[in-house]
Design a protein around this ligand. Structure first.
Ligand code: PRP
Length: 177
């Protein structure tokens, strides 16, 4: 068993399970985008490890860019995202695949979809490693979903808890204080 810090309650999804799932997602994406060269858009910071593994598991050409947003508010009425780091290139006419670590309320993603749709990509889809359907406040279409999970504090594999634990190779549940 790999190192687990003090604040961790248990492993939710092991390295092996993640690797298998990433392989499955990459196989589907490679088939669906055959003949295209999708632009993978990772939402920072949480997606950086998932994107790195997913991109290496694809067997098609792809390009990579990153978007960083900060969220304000946590209800549908007052949610707003501010772009902290925008994409480097225009996406008009491109096949764009947003790569997310986790979809919770869906508020961040729905704002990003609205923003990117306005830039007229040829196609715009979403791939997430984790999904918490029970927390959804606004509907979002998820084209490629790794795991549906219960409503727990999850961290590891790029995902933080108070900026810690992003480096853990597995997905873990954080202890409640
Ligand atoms: C997390 C995650 C999603 C968002 C999901 O990012 O990466 O972008 O929250 O939540 P929602 O569905 O309720 O909008 P976070 O703001 O924690 O930033 P990080 O990626 O830098 O860790």
């Amino acid at each position: 068993m790999a190192f687990l810090p003090e604040g961790i309650e248990r492993v939710l999804i092991s390295e092996n399970e993640i690797r298998t799932k990433v392989g499955e997602l990459a196989a589907r994406i490679s088939l669906d985008y055959a003949g295209s060269q999708p632009l993978l858009v990772g939402l920072l910071k949480g997606s950086f490890i998932f994107l790195a593994d997913l991109a290496r598991a694809l067997n098609i050409d792809s390009e990579i860019d990153f978007l960083t947003v900060s969220s304000y508010g946590n209800t549908m009425e007052n949610s707003e995202v501010r772009i902290l780091k925008d994409l480097a290139e225009p996406i008009q006419g491109r096949d764009v695949l947003i790569v997310e670590d986790i979809i919770d309320t869906g508020l961040t993603l729905s704002k990003i979809l609205e923003l990117l749709r306005g830039r007229h990509p040829r196609s715009l889809k979403v791939c997430t490693l984790l999904n918490k359907p029970s927390r959804r406040q606004t509907p979002v279409t998820v084209d490629y979903n790794g795991f549906d999970i219960e409503d727990v504090f999850v961290a590891g594999y790029g995902i933080d808890f108070a900026q810690k634990y992003r480096n853990l190779p597995q997905l873990v549940v954080v202890k409640k204080l």
